[in-house]
Design a protein around this ligand. Sequence first.
Ligand SMILES: NC(=O)c1ccc[n+]([C@@H]2O[C@H](COP(=O)([O-])OP(=O)(O)OC[C@H]3O[C@@H](n4cnc5c(N)ncnc54)[C@H](OP(=O)(O)O)[C@@H]3O)[C@@H](O)[C@H]2O)c1
Length: 255
Amino acid sequence: MTSVAIVTGASSGIGAATARRLAAEGFHVLAAARRAERLADLVAEITAAGGQATAVTCDITSDESVATLAEAAAQAPGPVTLLVNNAGGARGLDPVESGSVADWQWMYDINVLGTLRVIQALLPALEASGSGTIVVVSSTAGLTVYEGGGGYTAAKHAQTAIAGTLRLELCGRPLRVIEIDPGMVKTDEFGLVRFEGDAERAAAVYAGVPGPLVAEDVADCIAWCATRPEHVNIDRLVVRPRAQAAQHKVHRVSQ
Ligand SMILES: NC(=O)c1ccc[n+]([C@@H]2O[C@H](COP(=O)([O-])OP(=O)(O)OC[C@H]3O[C@@H](n4cnc5c(N)ncnc54)[C@H](OP(=O)(O)O)[C@@H]3O)[C@@H](O)[C@H]2O)c1
């Protein structure tokens, strides 16, 4: 029977690339996000390529909406063996001194509580499959801090803490927890969301960087980790572009 993979934040960037990749690997993908039209386009694309996918409109900040995702998982055409918690994002680049409480709240809600809510709702189905994998897409921002990144790094550190804690708590059950921590990934919307639609500011993040990661690179890491034999747990995979040795050490060529 076809295994089912759930990907949150599948309407763009890393989530969309992961949905495409997992469908190509033979999973039936439940592609979840808020924007139904984009999900419908993605499902049509996957289906045209010979894969299987279903769109599930879902807001991970809502209990009711996440319950709908769990219902869709219960009706999916196979055991739910993989959950990729990818939905997330950043807002603002303000110092702690003047950061917006609303931005911090948004980041905590989506990255931390959203991930928690989805894991809680899907864990029974993952365990019932006999061998479930939970992937948490955190960030190198979950491992280190940087100036202006206080709200995002706080949320990603908390998301990383969920992955580590859950691995301890689930030990002995047929479930594994994998944390993926990407560095700089050039996706279309991440920077636009962070800078409230300011395309110039968003583009400046990647200016002159030879070869930032792209969404497909991260999807490749997720697919590799998730398709190892079931007794193998890749606890954490940190992936950065070659040009980014650390958060503060980015090679740029003048343009
Ligand atoms: N880009 C980077 O440099 C980078 C680096 C490290 C880690 N990451 C992490 O990787 C993940 C994906 O990033 P990305 O670059 O692909 O960003 P993105 O293109 O902005 O994707 C974010 C996704 O999350 C979904 N989303 C937002 N709010 C949601 C909600 N309330 N409920 C359900 N879905 C929601 C969005 O879809 P809808 O708007 O349709 O809901 C979208 O599909 C995030 O967790 C991010 O923190 C990114």
